[in-house]
Design a protein around this ligand. Structure first.
Ligand code: DC
Length: 225
């Protein structure tokens, strides 16, 4: 197989550490990294700020036209910009997490973002993480990983991340949010989270970051073999 324009699709449940492993892999291989969840979060933030009525499709479509997303690295860190504003931190806050499932279930939101994502992968080697990357965005990706981990372990990891940033929240609230998003992500009508038939499972409950990196590197090497 040609080693040009390789796509690594990493899908999986919320707070599984998808972006950590995806970023490490992109860095190691000098591929572009795209966090598709950040795109859904940025759209959600715009909807919240502008009180967009998500039941009104005309309003949603107009909002989508008014949203311009951009992502690039600053000092080695991938940032996401919503109409020119760096929203990388704000999109991680709980008010966004609580609303992102509902926004990402909207068909026209998905259509708009999937189109942008596919464009990003048209000419570059790329690692993209999300929920539907191996199934909908890049069904022909050369490498597909499906990540999972014990929900309790996932909640603990996200809890530590949020509280270290000063967010006032309990472990139970984080656990509830993760369980809620798992439910919504796997049961929604539009592109539900599902393992692609050809995706390799990576359960990282008991794995450190280096072990996960080696695992995915091994999968990419198979493409070159
Ligand atoms: O990966 P994350 O937790 O930052 O993603 C935020 C939300 O966006 C998640 O609850 C589901 C949604 N999402 C999606 O529907 N499709 C994607 N490709 C990525 C994220």
């Amino acid at each position: 197989m040609s080693n040009k324009n390789i796509i690594v699709a990493i899908d999986g449940y919320s707070s599984c550490g998808k972006s950590t492993v995806a970023k490490a892999l992109a860095k190691e291989l000098h591929y572009v990294y795209v966090d598709s969840g950040a795109m859904y979060r940025a759209v959600t933030l715009y909807f919240l700020r502008n009180n967009i009525d998500i039941t009104n499709i005309g309003v949603v479509d107009q909002a989508l036209e008014d949203i311009h997303l951009d992502s690039h690295k600053e000092a080695g860190v991938t940032k996401i910009f919503l109409n020119g504003e760096d929203v990388s931190e704000e999109i991680r806050q709980m008010h966004v997490s609580e609303n992102v499932s509902a926004v990402s279930a909207i068909r026209n939101v998905r259509k708009a973002l999937v189109k942008q994502q596919q464009k990003m992968g048209s000419r570059k080697n790329l690692v993209m993480d999300g929920r539907d990357i191996g199934t909908t965005v890049f069904p022909h990706a050369q490498v597909k990983i499906f990540m999972t981990a014990d929900p309790k372990v996932r909640a603990e990891r996200r809890f530590l991340e949020l509280t270290s940033k000063g967010e006032k929240i309990t472990l139970e609230e984080v656990f509830e949010n993760i369980a809620h998003r798992d439910y919504q992500d796997t049961t929604r009508e539009e592109s539900p989270l599902i393992r692609a038939d050809d995706a390799v499972i990576l359960d990282n409950t008991n794995m450190n970051e280096e072990e996960q990196l080696q695992f995915v590197l091994g999968e990419v090497e198979k493409v070159h073999a």
